[in-house]
Design a protein around this ligand. Sequence first.
Ligand code: GLU
Length: 505
Amino acid sequence: MSERKVRVRFAPSPTGALHIGGVRTALYNYLFARQHGGDLIFRIEDTDSNRFVPGAEEYIIESFKWLGIKFDEGVSFGGEHGPYHQSERRDIYKKYVQQLLEAGKAYIAFDTPEELDAKRKEIANFQYDASTRMSMRNSLALSKDEVDDLIAEGKQYVVRFLIEPNEEVHVQDIIRGEVVVNSSVLDDKVLYKSADELPTYHLANIVDDHLMEVTHVIRGEEWLPSAPLHVLLYRAFGWEDTMPQFAHLPLLLKPDGNGKLSKRDGDRLGFPVFPLEWHDPKTGDVSSGYRESGYLPEAVINFLALLGWNPGNNQEIMSLDELVQLFDLKHCSKAGAKFDFEKGKWFNHEYIKMKDNGELADLFMPILKENGVEVSKEMVTTVVSLMKDRVSFVKELWDTCKFFFVAPTEYDEKTRKKRWKEDSADRMKELADVLKALDDFSAENQEKVVMQWIADKGYHMGNIMNAFRLTLVGEGKGPHIFDITKVLGKEETLARIHRAVEVLK
Ligand code: GLU
């Protein structure tokens, strides 16, 4: 058993946009698969047609493409264990439902929704189980003839799992250790519905994990309550030997730690809870996405990896390859992970700093164009290299860098009051002459010559440089002065000085 190739799966139901918690689940499965040289399967659990939302599947696939999470097989990837849409596996499930019925491990139940409602009213905390099933309309309580007649009449039915009461069910969880549940708390879950000839989540999930040779089930904590039932199903089929190991990941909590992170928290606090922008086809609502909000996919990956896991030291910045090396399910926390979106911004800032200047320029150029600026990529690359450590998002580059591309027409009043002295206009005119005479306009040479001029004249360096900056930028901010003038070039630098002298006098 230990020689089985690691095979894990991400198995969403196409019921809407993929929540960021689901993305983390997929990421952990991916890291685990890569680390063990195993396979990651992408399965669509679409047996509940009532909850189907058009576009959800495509959305999920596009999200992973953007994030760089690659699957080895499954929907849209192919493979030998298909089909990978559960809705296309009807016949397979029917066979296994039949197997349970024949073995007496499941039974047929005809109770209508109205009958079930009536029971719920009659019996407090009604549960369909060993204590109640004989008073219901099912193949255990009715005679074989009655059952056959009902089926022949075309009555709809469900197949329920027969759960023996008072048994200890042990779930081995890599993160939580051993979880023990008494089977009496479980109800006889519906495994199959004749009405749509489809199994429910539980049966389809177990049959597919078995047939797809899944070795580890890594999924969100919300599925932990289903795990005892899943263990019992494996047993009922006689598949104990190949039962996957479970790992139920910690919940993602609201930023303040009070309760589960919801879509509404994102709207309320102004951060995305979806990887991509989502247009809800039913309501028409649009929810923001990490991609459209300007996050780099590598930053999102790094941020999510640390929500519920850490490498055991303080290291925070990790590439996908490093994460594959370091990830360890045993180091996942049991306790929920607070969704600290400020930290998400910090990660984006760090990844922008690390990103190649040319690639950043490519991302920034469309924004420049929108603002009517068309300059060479070379210039944008230089500007980006000077300014990228000041922003958290590419879109912030415009406000931070626009003075490189657009000459100031107004001068910040506060800076002017503080930095523009009596003699500033004269000094700037002199400075313009000094710069004009330069053949070599490199930052180094400008700096050398200007410093020499200041020293020779005995001028106050701070006053000169501050006034100079005001002429170039229009306010008191920006990088090293001669980095700016080098990018602007001689002509533009002189023009800006002269204009400022005109305006400020
Ligand atoms: N279809 C379930 C979901 O939407 C899969 C849960 C599991 O991984 O077993 O998350």
